[in-house]
Design a protein around this ligand. Structure first.
Ligand code: IPM
Ligand code: MG
Length: 372
């Protein structure tokens, strides 16, 4: 098949990890006889420096015309002035919103070979295999008004937390659909004891659950969920939650798997079957290690696996990458964040060297395969 991929390297370590992801996609395409063509686009701080805006129109057009978008990371201290009117993050939020990518899938399945590196005791990590579905285009990130004003009491700032029934229903429905292919449990996380938007969230989640009697539903307040993520992480299967809670909880959940550098994500929108999507590691631009060639490329490489699965319908190819990553880690190939010394490139190369054996079968870890 022929796939058109839009590459948005962004800032900090974004270009470094994206480079390894692209080489891995090329290697897979080679192995399985697919054609991939790329366009490359500015986003985030790099786009601000070049054009004055975080999402230039030609970046949006290039992404909209592609089968999938592969993104590195945005942001950095250079653009962090709280008084600035343009910010790198605006580029990421705008591309998610304009492409209509309302569901962000973040799988967290710690590798047994890395259990020792997690701050949690290994016995707590046994059986941890969760998929967090974060609502991505609503809530506090996008609600209006969102502004600063000056009044009698001085400066005042407001963000608005708004959700519509439609926005809640589609993402909760997706969670139930995916749970049916996994361990049949959905945990819906809200703050229904305080927030009106959360009470609507819970009401809709209850309605959706009634139509899926074979799936267990559990409602958890976000503060209790934050605690349970570290006390009983294996009790979760599919988690569904609103935008901001999902942002915070997935950084917390990332700690379970030893390094946030390992975790991929897929952002998807409407449509059955293959969907256009945006794929990015969940880590940020890590300005502290940018340019040193030591960033972990695994989160971005696993994002390529998700791209193959969800946007190109190439499950076999996706699993091949996932197995090669697991094999490399099991063989002790590690970047610094997981206790090793490999460079970003050496880690990418170690994974690519294992693709052939992974393609032949190997030890099939289910990893993300059960997601759909
Ligand atoms: C993430 C990031 C982004 C978010 C930032 C960079 C805008 O933290 O993808 O989790 O908050 O969504
Ligand atoms: Mg985040």
């Amino acid at each position: 098949m022929h796939a058109r991929i839009a590459l948005c390297p962004g800032d900090g370590i974004g270009p470094e990890v994206l480079d390894e992801a692209r080489k891995t996609l090329d290697a897979i395409a080679d192995r399985y006889d697919h054609q991939v063509s790329y366009t490359e686009h500015l986003i985030g701080g790099a786009a601000i420096d070049a054009t004055g805006t975080a999402l230039p129109e030609d970046t949006y057009a290039g992404c909209a015309a592609a089968d999938a978008v592969l993104l590195g990371a945005v942001g950095g201290p250079k653009w962090d002035d709280p008084k600035a009117t343009v910010r790198p993050e605006q580029g990421l939020l705008a591309i998610r919103q304009r492409l209509g990518l309302w569901a962000n899938l973040r799988p967290v399945t710690p590798y047994p070979c890395l259990h020792d590196l997690s701050p949690l005791r290994p016995e707590k990590l046994a059986g941890v295999d969760m998929l967090v579905i974060r609502e991505l285009t609503g809530g506090l990130y996008f609600g209006q008004p969102k502004e600063r004003t000056t009044g009698e009491g001085g400066l005042r700032a407001v963000d608005t937390l708004v959700y519509t029934e439609h926005e809640i229903r589609r993402v909760v429905e997706l969670a139930f659909k995916i749970a049916a292919t996994r361990r049949s449990k959905v945990t819906s996380i809200d703050k229904a004891n305080v927030l009106e938007s959360s009470r609507l969230w819970r009401q809709i989640a209850i309605e959706v659950a009634e139509r899926h009697p074979r799936i267990r539903i559990e409602h958890l307040l976000v503060d209790a969920a934050a605690m349970r993520l570290v006390t009983h992480p294996s009790s979760f299967d599919v988690i569904v939650t609103e935008n901001m809670f999902g942002d915070i909880l997935t950084d917390e959940a990332a700690v379970l798997s030893a390094s946030i550098g390992l975790l991929p994500s897929a952002s998807l929108g409407d449509g059955e079957g293959r969907k256009r999507g945006l794929y990015e590691p969940i880590h940020g631009s890590a300005p502290d290690i940018a340019g040193q060639a030591i960033a972990n490329p695994v989160g971005t490489i696993l994002s390529v696996a998700m791209l193959l699965r969800f946007s190109l319908g190439l499950e076999r190819e996706a699993q091949c990458i996932e197995r090669a990553v697991e094999d490399a880690l099991r063989d002790g190939c590690r970047t610094r964040d997981v206790g090793g010394t490999l460079t970003t490139h050496a880690m990418g190369a170690a994974i690519r060297e294992r693709l052939e054996e992974a393609a032949a079968g190997g030890s099939a870890s289910a990893m993300l395969a059960r997601a759909f």
